[in-house]
Design a protein around this ligand. Sequence first.
Ligand code: NAP
Ligand code: ZN
Length: 349
Amino acid sequence: MTVKAYGAHAGDQPLQSLDISRRATGAHDVQIEIAYCGVCHSDLHQVRSEWAGTLYPCVPGHEIVGRVSAVGAHVAGVKPGDLVGVGCIVDSCKHCADCEQGLENYCDHMVGTYNGPTPDAPGHTLGGYSQRIVVHERYVLHIRHPEEQLAAVAPLLCAGITTWSPLRHWKAGPGHRVGVVGIGGLGHMGIKLAHAMGAHVVAFTTSESKREAARALGADEVVVSRNAEEMAAQAQSLDFILNTVAAPHDLDAFFALLKRDGTMALVGAPATPHPSPQVFNLIMKRRSLAGSMIGGIPETQEMLDFCAEHGIVADIEMIRADEINAAYERMLRGDVKYRFVIDNATLAA
Ligand code: NAP
Ligand code: ZN
C-alpha cells in the first residue's frame, strides 16, 4: 500500500511530501489510519542527523494516534474503528528479560518507530508523519480519552511516557519535592504528571515568559534558572529532578539543589555531551545521576489510562504537514506551548 508521508532525503534538506509503502497487514498486525502525530524534539535530532546513524529517506513521528483500519486474523485486542496510539516502539525480541517484564524499551532488539531495522521497504522503519502505519498488536495502545481530545492525547505517546516512567520509578508522590528542568514538550508533561501524582513540583526554565504558564500547568514554584538568587533558594531541597533539556548545559547547578541521596535523571538527549559533572557535587551528599528512556508498553497503557481518568492531555498547537519545517525552527527557539501536533489529514493536500 502506498501512502503520503512527510520526510527528508538528507540531514541538510527540509522535509517534503513523499510517497512511502506500508506492508500488508499480517496475522498479528494492526493497520492504523493516523489522525494526528505529535512533533518531538527527537524527530528533529534524528532527521537532521544530529545523532549518529540516520537512514534516509527519514520519516519521523512517534506520537501517533488514530483509528484502526484493518486487523490481522490473529488480532484479538483491537478491532476496526477503535481509537489507538503508537509510541516510540514498533517491535522488540519479545522473549528477553526486559520484554518479559514489559520493559521493551530496554530490549537490545527494540525497533524504533522510525530509523529502526525492518525487512519492510526501504529497510528501516518510517514514522507517523504519514497517513497509515502497520504495527504488531503488542505495540498498539488503547485510547480511552473522549475523541474530541484525540489530537492532544498524541504527545502522551512519547512526552507523556518519557516523563511518567522516571517519575514512577523514582517514586514521585505526596511528600516528595520534584524538580522539572526545561518546560518544552516533555517538561510540560512532567509538570502535569508529577502534580497529578501528588508531588510538590518546582519547575525550572530559562524563559522568563513561561513563569506564569508553568504555574497553570501545575507547578507549585517556578524558578528562572538564569537567576542565581532563585536557584540558591532551592539549595538541597529536592528529592528528585527530571531534566528534559535538549541542549548541553551545566548539570552542577542542579546537583546543588538535590537533598542527600537525591537523584537527577536525564531524559533530554543533546547531540553533544554536557560538561562533566563535578564529582564532589555527587559524593558529598551521596547524590545520583541517572538516565531513563521512554517506557515499556504496559506502563504506557497505565499512563494513558491514568491520564484519561484524570483528564490529562498535552497543551498543543496544531499544524499542517507543510508547516513542519517552520515548526522545527520555532521548537529550537523554545517558541511552542508546548507541543506541535500535525493534522495528518493535511498530508493528502
Ligand atoms: P523541546 O520541546 O524542544 O523542549 C526542550 C526545552 O529545554 C525547551 O523548551 C527549553 O525549555 C529547554 N532548553 C532548550 N535549549 C536549552 C538550553 N540551551 N539551555 C537550557 N534549556 C534549554 O524538546 P522535547 O521534545 O521536550 O525533548 C527534550 C529532549 O528530550 C530532546 O533532546 C529529546 O530528543 C529528548 N527525548 C528523550 C527521550 C528519552 O527517552 N530519554 C524521549 C523523548 C525525547 P525552557 O524554555 O523552559 O528553558
Ligand atoms: Zn519523542
